[in-house]
Design a protein around this ligand. Structure first.
Ligand code: HEM
Ligand SMILES: *[C@@H]1O[C@H](CO)[C@@H](O)[C@H](O)[C@H]1NC(C)=O
Ligand SMILES: *[C@@H]1O[C@H](CO)[C@@H](O)[C@H](O)[C@H]1NC(C)=O
Ligand SMILES: *[C@@H]1O[C@H](CO)[C@@H](O)[C@H](O)[C@H]1NC(C)=O
Length: 476
């Protein structure tokens, strides 16, 4: 008996050892990049999500770069992953989208954004959706949207300047959410009985978080929010179908029109997932960028001075100083775009871009097996001292004349290749117009908060509280 028990025990131990060995030494028809796969199942997930206050490359990545070099393997969120901090590999990955690599995101993303969200779609359907989005957020639409964006920014700033304190992250998130929701679904937060924005609270935390769906976790909260928001969006779409609007068109009208075509590839589920992604992507990312820009400018008076001069010059050069911003003026904001570039470089709002390999890939002597996840790590590029001198300094002047060399390999805040962010221009318009309204008429003091944490997504745990007041000498 005992010996049978012992041999079963020994057998089990052998199986476990074998399993752990296989976990640590994944099969590969070539040389895997170096690295550690961590604990079975868990991998190095906990280390990856450990919050840190540094604005430098995440310690998780930095330590491994030092130990293993720019390309290493690990296991996070239940997947073997190759992490790339190598500019050439990053470039290769972006260029080979759909050929050797395919957009892929962890299960947390697909559960929150829906299985049919634009990031998980490929080929024809993907191109179709992308065109739809570009119709809405491309430069032709933005030209028309410009006066509205300015109007909203002006009104909000006026309101905030009457308050003793404003939390910038939340305030700008609301501002952009309202504008996007209006464009997409004619949603008006002031008159609607339902609070759509509420469902999107605490989203960033849940998105890049540990994927455990039990009450109390950030992931769980996020999923609940998604359910609520999707229900509201579905109801709104039904209402619209039953009662078409007469004047004006928004994205809903466009979707309904598409759905009615008899040869359409669009489905209601895909349209609703798209709506959800767009609402989320638009306000959460841009509000972080605006908040950080406000903070950087507050802390760097010289940059604020130059920015203010640029915008005052725009107003002074007008025939009528009170007339609104024109597209030509927007395009002329040279220093503003440097400030925006520098802000998003340091913000690293998207700390990881995921892909999946479609077949074995040989690169710089390593082999990445088919089916593995690949994680492009933009912060490692943006904070590389060989490319950006004193990389942690906010220095908008470093972008002077950069247009000429088009240093795309060293800048990937908005991704790259075919999947380049479709909201880039929208973000830039939002930021530039907001900064224009802010610096020409107001000054602001920091009251509290402003510290940042990365988990690894950027967060302001205590917000950024400022007091905004009208300038004594105004140009307008
Ligand atoms: C500071 C602001 C923003 C940053 C840093 C940012 C960053 C990014 C990045 C890095 C990607 C590439 C993801 C990948 O390759 O897998 C991306 C894609 C995307 N972004 Fe943005 N984004 C911003 C604003 C926006 C806005 C305002 C919108 C909505 C209008 C938006 C909508 C999207 C969509 C729909 C995609 C998916 C495109 C695709 O899969 O082809 N983003 N964004
Ligand atoms: C951030 O990471 C560094 C390097 O691993 C560590 O020394 C530091 O204690 C961490 N800080 C916080 C606040 O977690
Ligand atoms: C629907 O599609 C068929 C062929 O697929 C076409 O003959 C017909 O005219 C279409 N009807 C409408 C209303 O577009
Ligand atoms: C911002 O960065 C992009 C990408 O490197 C570059 O093409 C653009 O010219 C930069 N803008 C400015 C004003 O430096």
């Amino acid at each position: 008996m005992i010996s049978v028990g012992m041999s079963i025990g020994a057998f089990l131990i052998l199986i476990i050892i074998h399993w752990v060995y296989n976990w640590r030494n994944p099969r590969c028809n070539g040389k895997l990049p170096p690295g550690s796969m961590g604990w079975p199942l868990l991998g190095e997930t906990i280390q990856f999500f450990t919050p840190n206050t540094t604005s430098d490359i995440a310690p998780f990545v930095k330590e491994r770069m030092k130990r293993y070099g720019p390309i290493f393997r690990t296991s996070v969120v239940g997947r073997p992953v190759i992490v790339s901090t190598d500019p050439d590999l990053n470039y290769f990955i972006f260029q080979q989208e759909g050929q050797l690599f395919q957009s892929w995101y962890p299960d947390t993303f697909t559960e929150i954004f829906g299985r049919q969200n634009v990031g998980s779609l490929h080929g024809f359907m993907y191109k179709y959706l992308k065109n739809m989005v570009l119709n809405l957020f491309g430069s032709e639409s933005l030209k028309k949207m410009l006066p509205e964006v300015e109007e909203v920014a002006k009104n909000k700033l006026k309101r905030w300047s009457g308050q003793t304190s404003v939390e910038m992250k939340e305030a700008t998130a609301n501002m952009i959410f309202d504008l996007t929701a209006k464009k997409l679904i004619s949603y008006d937060s002031e008159t609607s009985p339902e609070n759509l924005r509420e469902s999107f609270v605490a989203f960033i935390q849940g998105l890049i978080s540990f994927p455990i769906d039990i009450p109390g976790t950030a992931f769980h909260k996020c999923l609940q929010g998604r359910k609520k928001a999707m229900k509201m969006l579905k109801t709104m779409l039904e209402e619209r179908r039953a009662k078409p609007r007469k004047e004006g068109t928004d994205f809903f009208d466009y979707v309904l029109e598409e759905l009615q075509k008899n040869d359409t590839i669009l489905t209601e589920a895909i349209a609703l997932d798209l709506m959800f992604v767009l609402l989320f992507a638009s306000f959460e990312t841009t509000s972080l960028a605006i908040t950080l820009a406000t903070k950087f400018l507050h802390d760097h008076p010289l940059a604020l001075k130059e920015l203010t001069e640029e915008h005052e010059t725009i107003i002074r050069s007008r025939e009528n100083p009170a007339s609104g911003l024109t597209w030509k003026e927007y395009k002329s904001m040279k220093f503003t775009f440097q400030v925006i570039n520098e802000t998003v470089r340091l913000a690293n709002i998207v700390p990881a871009i995921f892909r999946k390999t479609l077949r074995d890939i040989n690169f710089k002597g390593y082999t990445i097996p088919a089916g593995w996840a690949v994680m492009v790590c933009p912060p490692a590029v943006h904070l590389n001292p060989a490319k950006y001198q004193d990389p942690l300094d906010f220095n908008p002047w470093r972008w002077e004349g950069v247009e000429i060399n088009g240093a795309t390999r060293n800048f990937m805040a908005f991704g790259g290749g075919m999947r380049f962010c479709v909201g880039t221009d929208f973000t830039k318009v939002q930021m530039a117009v907001f900064l224009h309204s802010l610096v020409t008429k107001y000054r602001w003091q920091t009251i509290g908060g402003g510290n940042t944490v990365r988990t690894p997504g950027l967060q302001f745990p205590n917000g950024y509280h400022v007091r905004i007041s009208e300038k004594d000498e105004k140009i307008l």
